[in-house]
Write a protein that binds this ligand. Structure first.
Ligand code: NDP
Length: 250
């Protein structure tokens, strides 16, 4: 199905691994030119670059840590120089850690807030001059905001804050024709899951699959499906929304 995305320009943060990588690949396959970033050098960078070369299109994979305002400035400047404008911004890069609230240090609180909340805010604010009517901003949220999740209080606080930011920006920029939405994920299989020891992997898959209506975890491709729809003209009247892609988790 042609979603009419060919030739559009997108920025996806954190696209070298996990959910972001699935989104980058799906957009590239739909004919979108994609700029994405990562935080640290890894084998994933070169392998994504190779995959994108095979897909074709004007794609760029650059190092930019969104927790650092100067990196975000350079990232958006890259978008401006290469594309001149953006049709889609996907706030995907995110950090998480598992820490009991009573021993959560201020340093770790700030690390998670700086990446997930301040980083997303900076990406959106600095992208605005490149966004015209018809463009769209999507942030990756989490079902953990509704459910609550032990040891992730700092993480869920940032994802809840992004929901407020999203709704306010939808209202502030609706008049300019810019849409803001959230795709809230359940548990998605990524390299991080498969990096766990086999017994822990099995436990995670069983525990979280049992919480879903569909009886299984999600995949980055399935998240990408919602992104393609939200980015397309099919979703032109959808803004300020949170779309759950979670297999019916509760
Ligand atoms: P991964 O850890 O698998 O991948 C994260 C990607 O983002 C990597 O490419 C990483 O690059 C990049 N990244 C991380 N921090 C930064 C940063 N500060 N600046 C730039 N790039 C960065 O994460 P997931 O794919 O699991 O998660 C993606 C998003 O989805 C996050 O917002 C997360 O909160 C959300 N989410 C994920 C769920 C899941 O089950 N996977 C569930 C609910 C929400 P590098 O390799 O350099 O570190």
């Amino acid at each position: 199905m042609d979603l009419g995305l060919r030739g559009k320009k997108a920025l996806v943060t954190g696209g070298t691994r996990g959910v972001g990588r699935g989104i980058v690949r799906a957009l590239a396959e739909a004919g979108v030119d994609v700029l994405t970033c990562y935080r640290q050098e890894s084998e994933a960078v070169a392998s994504l670059e190779n995959e994108l070369k095979e897909t074709g299109g004007a794609h760029h994979v650059v190092r930019a840590d969104i927790a650092y305002p100067e990196d975000v400035t350079a990232l958006i400047e890259h978008a401006r120089t290469e594309y001149g404008h953006l049709d889609l911004v996907v706030n995907n890069a995110g950090a998480i850690s598992h820490i009991p609230y009573e021993s959560l240090s201020l340093e770790e609180w700030r690390r998670i807030v700086d990446t997930n909340l301040t980083g997303s805010h900076l990406v959106v604010q600095k992208s605005l001059p490149l966004l015209d009517a018809g463009s769209s901003v999507i942030s990756i949220g989490s079902k953990a905001v509704d459910a609550g999740i032990p040891l992730r209080s700092h993480y869920t606080a940032t994802k809840a804050a992004i929901a407020g930011l999203n709704r306010s920006l939808a209202k502030e920029f609706g008049g300019r024709g810019i849409r803001f939405n959230i795709v809230a994920l359940g548990v998605v299989e990524t390299e991080n899951l498969y990096a766990l020891p086999e017994d822990q992997q099995k436990l995670m898959i069983e525990r979280y699959s049992a919480k879903t209506a569909l009886g299984r975890l999600g995949t980055p491709d399935e998240v990408a499906g919602a992104i393609l729809w939200l980015a397309s003209d099919l979703a032109r009247y959808v803004t300020g929304a949170t779309i759950s892609v979670d297999g019916g988790i509760s």
